[in-house]
Ligand binder design. Structure first.
Ligand code: DGY
Length: 324
């Protein structure tokens, strides 16, 4: 019997590629950069399964080009806003993602960004390397304390909750906003309190975003939301870039509406070198590395491979995305 034909859109860790290669007729895109749209459309033709990254747009055009054999799209990410999930479901194509395995690693980075932007770590590094460190200075690079500060978490799924655990360990007070509220006993056990979004924005010293991107959360943090925040507040985003209106953020930082921002995600990605945010010292930016530890990327690869292999065999996916 012919082996299922699959395309993996970038080299992922061997924990995922090896089992796929053993069971399938595998083609992997070997470029450092993603395939162009034309290359992607050509590569998916006649495939039974595709393993995609968040840089690959899976829409009706792509599904048309893949053709009727396509049974599964396995995303190497927990987020799946790059995929038309309803369109896949309408064609009977399963979609999988990698929830859970990257929670702690992403929360580590969110906390690192929060601490680094408060204590001006990147600015300090630039200052030293520029030869500007002349003496110990009583007023040099002052930044707010984390302990005793209020952290507002927007979106309280796995990663938001993991950030809350870190923050309470640093003696921060934690507010959260999400559509579904924990029951009061659970809030007490976790030492967190629910607040509506406007209230959370107004009271928090740090605001960290952990919602998924959907039409309802696109530009959730716009000029009006930024205007509700404290002038001393710092915004952290490790979720998806378009949740923040980036032009409004640059303007708010320039005018001192808020004090700082730390971004693992931008809109678009990669950020253009001449983006207004890139010129602002009070904005810390890293290139979407929330899940970037070897162990976590290995676990994501195994999980994405398991989804892909189940899908091409016509079996239920271990981690299916359910159309919302
Ligand atoms: C995800 O999984 O959605 C992250 O953004 C990348 O690991």
């Amino acid at each position: 019997m012919a082996r299922p034909r699959v395309f993996v859109t970038r080299r992922i860790p061997d924990e995922g590629l090896l089992p796929i290669g053993e069971a399938c007729d595998l083609r992997t895109w070997e470029g450092e950069l993603p395939p162009s749209r034309a290359e992607l459309l050509e590569a998916v033709e006649g495939c039974d399964g595709i393993l995609t990254l968040l840089t690959d747009r899976v829409d009706a055009d792509l599904l048309d080009r893949a053709g009727p054999r396509l049974r599964v799209v396995s995303n190497y990410a927990v987020g799946y806003d790059n995929i038309d999930v309803a369109g896949c479901a309408a064609r009977g194509i399963a979609v999988g993602n990698t929830p859970g395995v990257l929670t702690e690693t992403t929360a580590d980075l969110a906390f690192a960004l929060l601490a680094a932007s408060a204590r001006r770590v990147a600015e300090g590094d630039r200052y030293v390397r520029a030869g500007r460190w002349l003496t110990w200075g009583p007023m040099l690079l002052l930044g707010p304390d984390l302990h005793g500060a209020m952290l507002g978490i927007v979106g309280f799924g796995r990663i938001g909750q993991a950030l809350a655990r870190r923050a309470t360990g640093f003696d921060m007070t934690v507010l959260y906003w999400s559509r579904t509220r924990l029951d009061p006993a659970e809030e007490a056990r976790r030492d967190v309190a629910w607040a509506d979004l406007d209230d959370l924005l107004a009271r928090s010293d740090f605001v960290s975003i952990h919602a998924s991107l959907s039409p309802g959360t696109r530009h959730l943090i716009d000029a009006a939301a930024l205007g509700r925040m404290k002038p001393s507040a710092i915004l952290v985003n490790t979720a998806r870039g378009p949740i923040v209106d980036q032009a409004a953020l640059a303007d708010a930082l320039r005018r001192g509406v808020i004090a700082g921002a730390a971004l693992d995600v931008t809109d678009p990605e990669p950020m253009a070198p001449d983006d207004p945010l890139a010129g602002l010292d009070q904005c810390l930016i890293v290139p979407h590395i929330g899940s970037a530890s070897p162990a976590t990327r290995g676990r994501m690869a195994r999980m994405a491979a398991a989804n892909l292999l189940a899908g091409v065999r016509g079996e239920p996916l271990p981690n299916p995305v359910v159309p919302g």
